[in-house]
Design a protein around this ligand. Structure first.
Ligand SMILES: [Zn+2]
Length: 86
């Protein structure tokens, strides 16, 4: 008769690889993901730690999608392989 109010239908996200609980909504890339996943009540989710892509129920609480490449700083900085050049 009593359903625990703080633990509704959907379990929280947890990465299967690294166990992180931080997941981000991911873009639906293929036709299969676009049309089939909603029918199965699934959504693509990307792990915030190891960036593994997985499918979760749409009820799973995840964060909004990250910007494409979350890198900060100069894109390329070729390090000199040998600093001891006399
Ligand atoms: Zn992970």
């Amino acid at each position: 008769m009593s359903v625990s109010p703080d633990r509704p239908f959907s379990p929280p996200y947890q990465c299967r690889d690294c166990g992180s609980e931080v997941g981000f909504r991911s873009r639906r890339r293929t036709l299969t993901e676009r049309f089939l996943l909603p029918l199965l009540l699934l959504q693509p989710v990307r792990c915030g730690e190891c960036f593994r892509r997985d499918y979760r129920l749409i009820f799973t609480p995840v964060l909004k999608r990250l910007p494409e490449v979350p890198k900060v700083g100069p894109a390329r900085q070729p390090a000199p392989p040998n600093r001891n050049v006399a």
